[in-house]
Design a binder for this molecule. Structure first.
Ligand SMILES: Cc1cc2nc3c(=O)[nH]c(=O)nc-3n(C[C@H](O)[C@H](O)[C@H](O)COP(=O)(O)O)c2cc1C
Length: 327
């Protein structure tokens, strides 16, 4: 889920309703993640997961000029909001080594990874600590790589998904395949022996039933919970999801440099064509501007991550949403 907000209440509510809540650790400091884990454990005794972003080194020489141009193009929007764009941190690994150790120490029921395949050493340490290792994949080739690396479960994320595509190569355009198509591809290969979780566009009990009938053991949802009472979704984001003038969902690199499913707004139109595939650096540059837009209530200036089912999502307690999906 999106950074900068406290998500333990949502994670705990999902767990209490019989789901498996994932605590997002991407772009949070190890100290923040440790605090979140303690909070979740205060709120529920049920099993939960920790979700990590597998880091990629960004090629500074290849991307710096385009990132500078992106930053320059962002200046008028930033000035109107009274902030400066952020400064790129080219060498960041998002505290990967510390987070690998943190997961080993806390030993949650599940550690899930997106954006790549964790190294064999990390997988071995987590499994020895008793964690089940889930890896998000967006193609048949990625499924085979995750299988070879020792993943216990694969999360098949289709192009209908809200938020970032979990593709392993941040430079390549992700395959345009939905979760049912991915289930078919992955089940026909060696990785099909693993339990498969379907993700992307799941917002109704009918979506869940179809995914299970197609061979998934479970589904993963993001968008369906965005308007849940417990969700940390900002008020601007909530208004954007209900704004009648925002009618189209696109995939775009506009906000962070990584392809993501989002509702189209002015930021997408202006910055999408300029955004290089330099994740997370582009996100570091745009972050203060997006945060200021959220504070100003500007639905045209925030990332409105959304899956294809966004129009059907409900403002209700998370437990009710989970029970209705599984009922
Ligand atoms: C607001 C938002 C934030 C997300 N953050 C993460 C994240 O931090 N880590 C992750 O693995 N997936 C993240 N996802 C993707 C979900 O895990 C899942 O693949 C996706 O939500 C499924 O599609 P749906 O949104 O249509 O349900 C996020 C999705 C959304 C909508």
């Amino acid at each position: 889920m999106a950074g900068g907000v406290s998500l333990p209440p949502l994670v705990a509510a999902v767990c209490e309703a019989g789901g498996l809540g994932m605590l997002p650790a991407g772009y949070r400091t190890p100290e923040q993640v440790a605090g979140d884990v303690v909070d979740v454990r205060d709120l529920t005794a049920r099993p939960f997961g920790i979700n990590l972003f597998v880091p990629h080194r960004v090629d500074r020489a290849a991307h710096e000029a385009a990132v500078t141009a992106y930053r320059d193009a962002l200046l008028p929007r930033a000035a109107a909001l009274g902030v400066d764009p952020g400064t790129p941190s080219w060498g960041s690994t998002d505290h990967w080594a510390d987070k690998v150790a943190l997961v080993e120490t806390f030993a949650p029921a599940v550690v899930s990874c997106t954006f790549g395949v964790p190294g064999a050493d990390a997988v071995a340490r987590w499994r020895a600590a008793g964690c089940e290792v889930h890896v998000t994949v967006t193609s048949g080739a990625e499924a085979l790589a995750a299988h070879a690396a020792g993943a216990d479960v694969l999360v098949l994320q289709g192009h209908e998904a809200g938020g970032h595509r979990g593709s392993h190569d941040p430079l390549a355009d992700p395959e345009v395949v939905d979760h049912l198509g991915l289930l078919e591809v992955v089940r026909s290969g060696a990785a099909g022996e693993l339990p498969l979780v379907a993700a992307g566009g799941v917002t109704t009990s009918g979506d869940v039933r179809r995914a299970l009938e197609a061979g998934a053991v479970a589904v993963q949802v993001g968008t369906a919970l965005l308007m849940a009472d417990e969700a940390g979704t900002t008020s601007t984001y909530r208004r954007a999801l209900r704004d009648p003038s925002l009618t189209e969902r696109v995939t775009t690199r506009a906000f962070t440099g990584r392809v993501a499913g989002a509702v189209r707004n002015a930021f997408v139109d202006e910055m999408g064509p300029l955004a290089p595939s330099a994740f997370p650096v582009v996100g570091q540059v745009s972050s203060p501007v997006r945060r200021a837009a959220a504070e100003a209530g500007d639905v045209q200036g925030v990332h409105v991550w959304a899956g294809s089912g966004w129009r059907a999502i409900q403002e209700r307690p998370a437990a009710e949403i989970v029970r209705e999906l599984t009922g």
